[in-house]
Design a protein around this ligand. Structure first.
Ligand code: CTP
Length: 407
């Protein structure tokens, strides 16, 4: 997660029981290269010790007494000014009320008042406290002032009731931080459409023809584009992955659904990345009842070809110029990688093709890693080593942004 490397993040923790969950976030951020300065309120320190936070961040975790240390009398100014993001999570109704009124009676609120970056606030409290008019008005004041409110979500609350007031999970908060830190990236103002997963072509109400694509590479590409500030639309078949925070996810279960969504979403797009493995064939007719095994009905399935989406896009682009400004395709090959991929690049009129050898056991379908070769339309070829799909995605997005700049 390059987006966090060397970034200084202030993490304000207040006295909600959700405080214990934020230790995971502090740890994840640190593992991703961030320098995390935790500030605990007095009540937060009763729930989770500063030592817990300093143990996972490798940095001092601050408490109110630190405000009055002789050598740290401007600590709040330093914490407030020297950061790239300031997140308060969990934020209690009490701290929200203080922020709304500009109160600065502890190290966290005084640092928040001194902060030059916009505050991110993740409320956490019981349902009744959240819906109380006082809290609602305070939240509105904060929102009007430009504070980004993250959640809360609805669900189980510590009091035992179910309602709105649950802090967003740490992974969601991590996603929001990525959106915040990436907002001024090189793809700011650009629309990027990514396809992911393997399409499913129905045989009958329970069976489909599909392939081994996990969607991991496509989802990682969507995240990498988000990290660079793009507006991202992710068109995916059903896969077991959560879409990155901030991405608009659209269902593309069958090749036809994917085709319709891609054609619509790319009309005004700057970049299309076709990472989806689209079935080349589908059953000519979907049975409307479950085919029973004792009827021997599956011995023959008549197949017909699905639309070639990249081919259709190239056709549409020619006469009227509608379509993505830049198109990147994938080529999943088991032999003659470069020759086959280069041919696809030409036929499908792509700007760049990402070729991968899917016969390798340690890379490609289902794996977290991928070994790809990039082939540009000007003939340049670059073979990348085996790496995490997230790293492959960062490289592809970096190359794509260079191409977008050049047109
Ligand atoms: N693709 C597409 N529409 C299809 C099939 C594939 O737009 N019906 C796109 C894929 O998303 C990928 C590229 O075309 O970006 C190449 O896909 P691939 O499956 O490698 O090649 P095919 O064109 O299907 O050819 P073959 O299966 O014969 O290798």
């Amino acid at each position: 997660m390059k987006v966090f490397e060397e970034k200084r993040i202030v993490l304000g923790v207040t006295g909600s029981i959700a405080a214990y969950k934020i230790v995971y976030l502090a740890s994840k951020l640190t593992q991703s290269g961030a320098l995390v300065d935790v500030i605990l309120t007095e009540s937060a320190a009763k729930l989770v010790s500063p030592l817990t936070f300093s143990s996972v961040t490798g940095r001092r975790a601050y408490i109110d007494q630190d405000l009055w240390q002789v050598d740290d009398h401007v600590l709040h100014i330093e914490l407030g000014e020297e950061n790239q993001a300031f997140l308060i999570a969990p934020a209690t109704a009490n701290t929200i009320a203080k922020l709304a009124n500009g109160l600065a009676d502890n190290l966290l609120t005084v640092s928040a008042l001194a902060s030059r970056t916009k505050l991110l606030v993740a409320p956490a409290m019981d349902g009744g406290m959240y819906s109380h008019p006082a809290t609602q008005e305070n939240l509105q004041i904060l929102e009007k002032r430009g504070v980004r409110l993250l959640g809360p979500a609805a669900g189980h609350l510590a009091s035992g009731i179910s309602g709105k007031g649950r802090m967003l999970e740490s992974d969601q908060l991590l996603g929001h931080l990525r959106v915040f830190l990436g907002k001024d990236g090189v793809l700011k103002g650009k629309k990027v459409v990514v396809t992911a997963g393997g399409t499913q072509e129905p045989i009958d109400p329970v069976r489909v023809i599909s392939n081994k694509s996990s969607g991991k590479q496509g989802f990682a590409l969507a995240q990498a584009a988000m990290d660079q500030g793009a507006e991202v639309v992710l068109i995916s078949s059903p896969v077991c992955l959560s879409p990155p925070v901030g991405v608009l996810k659209i269902d593309g279960t069958t090749a036809e659904q994917m085709s319709a969504a891609v054609l619509k979403e790319t009309e005004n797009a700057d970049l299309l990345i076709m990472a989806a493995a689209i079935a080349d064939y589908k059953p000519a007719q979907e049975k409307n009842h479950k085919i029973k095994k004792d009827q021997g009905g599956l011995s023959i399935i008549n197949l017909e070809t699905t639309p070639d989406i990249l081919g259709e896009l190239a056709q549409r682009k020619k006469p009227v110029g509608i379509g993505p400004r830049l198109t990147i395709g994938f080529a999943a090959e088991t032999e003659n990688l470069q020759e086959n991929a280069s041919l696809k690049l030409k036929i499908k009129e792509l700007d760049l093709i990402v070729a991968n050898d899917i016969s390798r056991k340690d890379s490609g379908f289902g794996s977290d890693k991928n070994q790809v070769t990039l082939i540009w339309k000007d003939g340049r070829i670059e073979e990348l080593p085996l790496m995490e799909k997230s790293e492959v995605s960062d490289i592809i997005i970096h190359e794509a942004s260079k191409l977008i700049e050049s047109i």
